[in-house]
Design a protein around this ligand. Structure first.
Ligand SMILES: C[S@@+](CC[C@H](N)C(=O)[O-])C[C@H]1O[C@@H](n2cnc3c(N)ncnc32)[C@H](O)[C@@H]1O
Length: 220
C-alpha cells in the first residue's frame, strides 16, 4: 500500500513550509489580537489581507490525521475552507493519490497565498489533484457538485457554522467534517460545536485534543 505523504517530493515541501511557519509566532499573535471576536463581511477580507504572509497551518500531527481520515474514508471529493500556503492541502491530496485519485477543492481569500499554494502543490507532485479557488468560500464553493466525502474547516472560525450549513446538502452520508482550532477559538466556535454536538442536526462528533483543538464529526 503506497504512502505518497512519505515521498521525497512531499516531505521536502512540507519540511520547508512547516519550518517557515515556525518562525511566524509574533506576527500570528498580533493578527489574533487584532481580529479576535466578530469576523464577517469586509472584516474577513481585511483579516485575510493582514494574514497574507502568515501560514497559520495545521500542526504536523493534525496533517497526519487528515491524511489518515481521507484514506480511511477512501475519499474521492475533499473540500477545504482555508488553503493558506497549502500545508493541509498537501496532506489531503496525498491521501487522494493513495486512494487512486479524486479531487481536493480548496479555497483562499488571498490571491497571493493561493498562487503560492498552487506552486507548493505542484512541487509536491499534487497539482493535478487540486483545484485552488480564489475568493470567498461562500462564492467559490457555491453549486459544488457533491457528494463531499471530507470537509476541512480551517478558515476564519466564525464562518464554520454558516459554511457547514451551506455545504450540508452536498455532504455524503458518512462524510467526515473536521474543524481546526476549536479550542484556541472556543468562543468563536461555540455555535458550531453546539450544532454538530446535537444528533438532531444529523452529526455525531468527537473532540480530538491535538494542537489547538480539532473537532471530528460524521454526517449521519
Ligand atoms: C488557518 S489558515 C489555513 C491554513 C491551512 N489550512 C494550512 O493548514 O496550511 C486560514 C486561511 O483561511 C483564509 N480564509 C479566511 N476566510 C476565508 C473565506 N471566507 N474564504 C476563503 N478563504 C478564507 C485566510 O485567508 C487564511 O489564509
Amino acid at each position: 500500500m503506497p504512502a505518497t505523504l512519505l515521498d521525497d517530493a512531499a516531505r521536502t515541501v512540507l519540511n520547508r513550509l512547516f519550518s517557515a511557519a515556525a518562525q511566524e509566532g509574533p506576527a500570528l499573535l498580533a493578527l489574533r489580537d487584532r481580529f479576535s471576536g466578530e469576523v464577517d463581511g469586509s472584516l474577513a477580507a481585511a483579516a485575510a489581507e493582514a494574514a497574507a504572509e502568515i501560514y497559520m497551518p495545521v500542526a504536523p500531527e493534525v496533517g497526519r490525521l487528515l491524511y489518515l481520515l481521507a484514506r480511511a474514508r477512501n475519499a474521492a471529493l475533499v473540500v477545504e475552507f482555508g488553503t493558506s500556503f497549502g500545508i493541509s492541502t498537501i496532506h489531503l491530496a496525498a491521501a487522494l493519490r493513495d486512494n487512486g485519485g479524486g479531487r481536493v477543492v480548496t479555497t483562499e481569500l488571498s490571491a497571493t497565498k493561493a498562487a503560492a499554494a498552487r506552486a507548493n502543490l505542484a512541487e509536491a507532485g499534487f497539482g493535478d489533484l487540486v483545484d485552488v479557488r480564489v475568493g470567498d468560500a461562500f462564492e467559490t464553493l457555491r453549486d459544488l457538485p457533491g457528494p463531499i466525502d471530507l470537509l476541512l474547516l480551517d478558515g476564519w472560525n466564525q464562518l464554520y457554522l454558516p459554511l457547514l450549513r451551506a455545504l450540508e446538502p452536498t455532504l455524503a452520508s458518512g462524510a467526515l467534517v473536521i474543524a481546526d482550532d476549536v479550542t484556541l477559538f472556543a468562543e468563536e466556535n461555540r455555535d458550531y460545536l453546539e450544532y454538530v454536538h446535537d444528533p438532531a442536526n444529523g452529526y455525531l462528533n468527537c473532540a480530538v485534543p491535538l494542537d489547538d483543538g480539532v473537532d471530528l464529526a460524521i454526517r449521519l
